[in-house]
Design a protein around this ligand. Structure first.
Ligand SMILES: [Zn+2]
Ligand SMILES: [Zn+2]
Length: 546
C-alpha cells in the first residue's frame, strides 16, 4: 500500500453559503474544484465581495495540476481571476461555464494567459494522479457537472450544486446511471451540496414556474418586468417561452444580464425564435402590453436596476402604474428586509408585484432532503462530508446521512480550513490551515480588515462624533472649549444637555489623564454616548498640542 494519503482541504463554502472552493491533494499533486466568491452580508459595508484565503496554496503552487469549475455561478467561478494571479494551471469547464468564464477573464485582460479546456458531461480526463469523470447535474443554470474523482486512495464523488429535476427546462436530467455505476465500483467518500438540507421533501421541478408565468402573462395589463439573477439561464428560457406564447417581445436590461444571455444564445443554451429578443431601447418604444423586460436586482440591492426602479432613480426607464413586476427569486438569508422594502416601494409606485410568497414564480436549484437521500442511496459512499452550507445546513445533511445508516464516525462536519485525510480506509482530521475571509474592496485585495468594516458599519448606522481639542503642551490644559461636531448622530430633544455633559466628561478625562489621552477620551466618550443614547457612533478625537 502506498504511503501517500488523500487530503481534502476545504478553502470555502463549508460553514457559509458562497465562495465554494475545495482542494484535493495526493502526494505533491493538487486538484482545485471551484473558486467562488461570496457577496457581503448587509453588515459588511463597502465591501465589494469576499474571496477564499489562498494562503495554503502559496508555497504549493507548482503542485496544482488543474482547476475544475463545476458550473457558471459566481459562488463557484467568481474568485478565479484572483487565484490566477497566484497560480498558473489549466482550467477545465463545460461549454457554457467556459463561455461565462471567458467573458469574465477577458474583462480583466487575463484571457490570453489562461489555458482553458472544454470538457463535456460524460467525459473522463486525467489530471495528475486524478482520473476525473464529469457527470451531468440539473441546477438553475445549464451545463452543471458533478465529479467522480478516482484517486489512488479511492473514488470520491463531488456533487457540485445539483437537484434531481425529472422535467428540467433543457430536458437534460441528472445522470442517475453514472451515480449508480460509481456505487458498483465502490465509493470511498461523497461530498454533497447541503444548501437545502433543512427542507423536507423534493425541490419542485423548474417546470412548475411555467403555469405561474402563464397566469402573469395572461392577466398583465401593461408591461411585465421580471427580475432574476443574471446567471439563471433556464429562467430566461422560461420567460422567453411565455413571451413567445403571449406575443410579447423580450428585452434584457443591465450589462450582466445582456452579456450572459448573449453567451448562452451563442452556445445554444437558450433557444429563442429569431425575432423574439429586442434591445431595451426598442422595447421602450413599443406598446406596454407588447413587451416583457428582464433585469437583475432580486435581493433589494439599491444599485441594481430593480432597486433603482423602486426608488425612481433608474436612468433609462421608470415604473409605470400599469406595470407588473415579478421577482423570480428567493431572498438570500439576511436580505429579506431589503427585498420587502423594495417590494413596498414598487407597490407605492403603482406597480403590481408578484413574488415567491404569493405565486410559484421561483423554485430552488438545490436538492431537498429526499433528493439528498436518493443521492446517498445511488452512490453508497463509505464516508460522507457535507459541503456548501452554513454549519446548521451541514449538520442537517449529516443527520440525513446517519439516518440512512452511515456510521457516525464516517461522517465529518468540518468548516473551511480543516484538513481531512484518508489513510487506508480511515478518515482523520488533519491540521488546520487558513480558511477565513479575504475582503475585496474596489481594486484592493486583502488590504481591508474587519476593523475597517466595523468602522463603516458604525458610520452608517449611528453616524460620527468628532471632538477637536487644543491643548497647551506644558500645562496639559485646554486652550479653548472642546469643539464637538456630529454627523448622522441622532440625540434629539435633550441634545444640548448631552453636549454639555460630553464637554464636562472631556475636561475631566484630560484632568485625570495619564498614558494615551486620545485613546482614553475615545473610550470614555463611546461608553458615555452608549449609556445616554443606546447608540454607538464612531468616535474620533483629534488633539492639537501648542
Ligand atoms: Zn449554483
Ligand atoms: Zn453554489
Amino acid at each position: 500500500m502506498s504511503k501517500e494519503k488523500l487530503r481534502i482541504i476545504p478553502l470555502g463554502g463549508l460553514g457559509e453559503v458562497g465562495k465554494n472552493m475545495m482542494v484535493y491533494e495526493y502526494g505533491e499533486n493538487i486538484l482545485i474544484v471551484d473558486v467562488g466568491l461570496m457577496f457581503p452580508e448587509n453588515d459588511m459595508l463597502g465591501i465589494d465581495y469576499i474571496i477564499p484565503d489562498f494562503q495554503y496554496l502559496k508555497d504549493k503552487r507548482h503542485w496544482v495540476r488543474g482547476i475544475i469549475v463545476t458550473h457558471g455561478h459566481e459562488d463557484h467561478t467568481g474568485a478565479i481571476h484572483h487565484l490566477l494571479e497566484l497560480i498558473q494551471a489549466p482550467i477545465f469547464a463545460t461549454p457554457l461555464t467556459r463561455g461565462l468564464l471567458e467573458a469574465k477573464l477577458s474583462r480583466g485582460g487575463l484571457l490570453s494567459h489562461v489555458q482553458l479546456n472544454t470538457v463535456h458531461a460524460g467525459e473522463a480526463i486525467k489530471i495528475g494522479p486524478f482520473q476525473v469523470e464529469f457527470f451531468h447535474v440539473c441546477h438553475s443554470i445549464p451545463d452543471g457537472v458533478g465529479l467522480g474523482i478516482t484517486t489512488p486512495a479511492g473514488l470520491v464523488v463531488h456533487s457540485g450544486d445539483y437537484k434531481f429535476d425529472h422535467t428540467p427546462i433543457d430536458n437534460w436530467p441528472t445522470d442517475y446511471a453514472k451515480l449508480a455505476e460509481f456505487a458498483s465500483r465502490g465509493v470511498l467518500a461523497l461530498l454533497a451540496d447541503s444548501t437545502n438540507s433543512y427542507r423536507s421533501g423534493w425541490t419542485p421541478s423548474e417546470r412548475v414556474i411555467d403555469p405561474a408565468f402563464d397566469d402573469v402573462f395572461r392577466s398583465a395589463p401593461g408591461r411585465i418586468i421580471i427580475a432574476s439573477f443574471a446567471s439563471l439561464i433556464s429562467r430566461m428560457q422560461q420567460v422567453g417561452n411565455a413571451a413567445h406564447k403571449h406575443h410579447r417581445k423580450l428585452a434584457f436590461a443591465g450589462t450582466s444580464m445582456v452579456e450572459n444571455a448573449k453567451i448562452a444564445r451563442k452556445l445554444n443554451y437558450l433557444e429563442f425564435p429569431e425575432d423574439l429578443v429586442v434591445s431595451i431601447e426598442q422595447a421602450l418604444k413599443m406598446k406596454n402590453a407588447d413587451v416583457v423586460l428582464m433585469c437583475t436586482g432580486t435581493q433589494g440591492e439599491p444599485t441594481s436596476i430593480m432597486g433603482r426602479l423602486s426608488m425612481g432613480t433608474n436612468r433609462q426607464f421608470d415604473i409605470l402604474p400599469d406595470d407588473t413586476v415579478v421577482l423570480s427569486s428567493h431572498p438570500i438569508p439576511g436580505n429579506e428586509e431589503s427585498v420587502y422594502r423594495t417590494i413596498n416601494r414598487l407597490f407605492r409606485r403603482g406597480a403590481d408585484v408578484i413574488y415567491e410568497a404569493i405565486a410559484p414564480v421561483h423554485v430552488s436549484g438545490h436538492a431537498s432532503q429526499e433528493e439528498m437521500k436518493l443521492l446517498m442511496h445511488l452512490v453508497k459512499p463509505q464516508f460522507f462530508i457535507p459541503i456548501h452550507g452554513e454549519l446548521h445546513q451541514l449538520h442537517q445533511h449529516a443527520n440525513i446521512a446517519r439516518k440512512l445508516g452511515i456510521p457516525n464516525d464516517h461522517v465529518s462536519i468540518v468548516e473551511n480550513g480543516q484538513v481531512i485525510e484518508f489513510i487506508g480506509e480511515q478518515m482523520l482530521h488533519g491540521e488546520r490551515v487558513p480558511g477565513g475571509y479575504i475582503f475585496v474592496d474596489g481594486a484592493g485585495v486583502g488590504d481591508i480588515g474587519p476593523s475597517v468594516v466595523r468602522e463603516r458599519e458604525a458610520l452608517a448606522r449611528d453616524g460620527i462624533f468628532l471632538v477637536n481639542l487644543n491643548l497647551d503642551n506644558n500645562s496639559l490644559t485646554l486652550c479653548v472649549e472642546p469643539e464637538i461636531i456630529t454627523k448622522g448622530f441622532i440625540y434629539t430633544r435633550n441634545g444640548d444637555d448631552l453636549l454639555v455633559s460630553a464637554r464636562k466628561l472631556i475636561i475631566e478625562t484630560i484632568r485625570n489623564g495619564n498614558g494615551n489621552l486620545q485613546q482614553d477620551l475615545e473610550q470614555a466618550l463611546k461608553t458615555f454616548l452608549y449609556n445616554k443614547t443606546r447608540r454607538r457612533p464612531m468616535v474620533f478625537v483629534s488633539i492639537n498640542r501648542k
